[in-house]
Unconditional design. Sequence first.
Length: 181
Amino acid sequence: MNENKSEQELQTENLANQETSAVEGGELYLSIEEQLAQATQKLTEMQDSFLRAKAEGENIRRRAMEDIAKAHKFAIEGFAEHLIPVSDSLYAALATEAGDAKAFKEGLEITLKQLISAFEKGRLIEINPAPGAKFDPHQHQAISMVPSEQDTNTVVSVLQRGFLIADRVLRPALVTVSQAK
């Protein structure tokens, strides 16, 4: 009987060991399920963060495009405000009765000063080379070459003034250039 008890004890121990292994395996199984749930939750959070960041980027891009459109639309507003007094002066000159030519010329000179002031405020710089100045193909456009006592490739006369806006040529000055005799 001792042998039977021993066998029974051994069987009981084996069953107990198997149950312990099953419980440990179950814990292992639960641990993997928990890890999967945590990973799934983290993935969901990261996807949500990604979508929010993407939407924020699109909103920033859209707002930037709107700001650029507004800047283009209203960029000339300040310059136009400086030109309004010039327009007022010209309308006032047209409304006056024909009179003294000297007074008319003085009015035109005042209006021209207003226009030049508006140009300066709008960063529009006049290109008006003096006779004898070196011809600059970046700022001048030669209309003709004439024989002259001046050095070759110098400005003889200005037919039309040019303009720069910032450092960019808006319109080159139209000039005649000296030619070697």
